[in-house]
Design a protein around this ligand. Structure first.
Ligand code: GLP
Length: 256
């Protein structure tokens, strides 16, 4: 990956997560007007649940046109199928049922959960063939992970199989109970994520405040994978007050 200078992403702080979701939906609506269907890579997790519910309504109402978008996503637990509770595709379809219709029409391109090298290379090629990711939605783990790029993952990584960090597995416990949380996942790499035209990262709640501070104000380093977004140049970070709580006023003011 060529060395890029670190930049300061735009940071927007909202009173409520709802307003941040609205800002993310506005980005999606804009894309629908382009000359060709836009490839959007969605993130999963609690951060996006309410937004994905609203997205389904937007799609039903024709305000976000299904035929103008191609959907993909960041990551999947190893070996998980679309109908398996706890999995990312299952989560996307159950939260935003429009994705189910897109899957049938093959305009939803799932991450290959077998993790085979050939499947992952094929997936990367398919994303390229579809014009590359125009909009990449992102969350952040409380350990600073991006997708399932855990601390220490080289920034040069493409799609790969990874072992999940203990905090990541702990945070995922509720979605699998009473079953055990998987130990491995397939994830887009940092280089894959940085190749998207536009990044939108959302973080809400006090549990994310330290990770948000490290991402924006700490060293740009694989120790905080999310700090890689500062190498992008076209990224926006949408926060609520709690997630922004550790950004000192000067930094938040300068960024806002
Ligand atoms: C998960 C996902 C990430 C997600 C993050 C935050 O492990 N792999 O893509 O952004 O953790 O999840 P949540 O929104 O539930 O806090």
């Amino acid at each position: 990956m060529p060395q890029r200078p670190a930049t300061r992403p735009e940071v927007r702080i909202f009173e409520q997560a709802d307003a941040a979701h609205e800002a993310a939906l506005a980005e999606l609506r804009q894309l629908g007007n382009g000359p060709q269907p836009a490839l959007v890579s969605f993130a999963t997790g609690n951060t996006y649940t309410a937004m994905l519910r609203r997205l389904h309504e937007e799609m039903q109402g024709g305000r976000v046109r299904l035929d103008r978008l191609i959907a993909t996503h960041l990551d999947e637990y190893c070996g998980f199928t679309a109908d398996q509770r706890g999995g990312m595709v299952h989560e996307l379809i159950s939260t935003c049922p429009s994705f189910g219709a897109m899957l049938q029409r093959r305009t939803f391109v799932p991450v290959p959960s077998d993790g085979h090298e050939a499947s992952l290379a094929g997936h990367e090629r398919e994303l390229q063939r579809l014009g590359g990711v125009q909009l990449q939605l992102l969350g952040i783990g409380r350990n600073g992970h991006l997708a399932f790029n855990e601390p220490g993952t080289p920034f040069e990584s493409g799609f790969h199989v990874t072992a999940l960090a203990p905090t990541t597995r702990e945070d995922a416990r509720a979605r699998f109970t009473p079953l055990e949380v998987p130990t491995a996942a397939v994830t887009a790499g940092i280089a894959t994520i940085l190749a998207a035209r536009r990044l939108v990262l959302c973080a809400f709640g006090s549990g994310k405040a330290a990770a948000v501070r490290a991402m924006l104000l700490g060293e740009v380093s694989p120790q905080c994978p999310a700090s890689a977004i500062r190498l992008h140049g076209n990224a926006v970070v949408l926060l609520d007050r709690q997630a922004a709580a550790q950004l000192d006023a000067a930094a938040a003011g300068a960024m806002g």
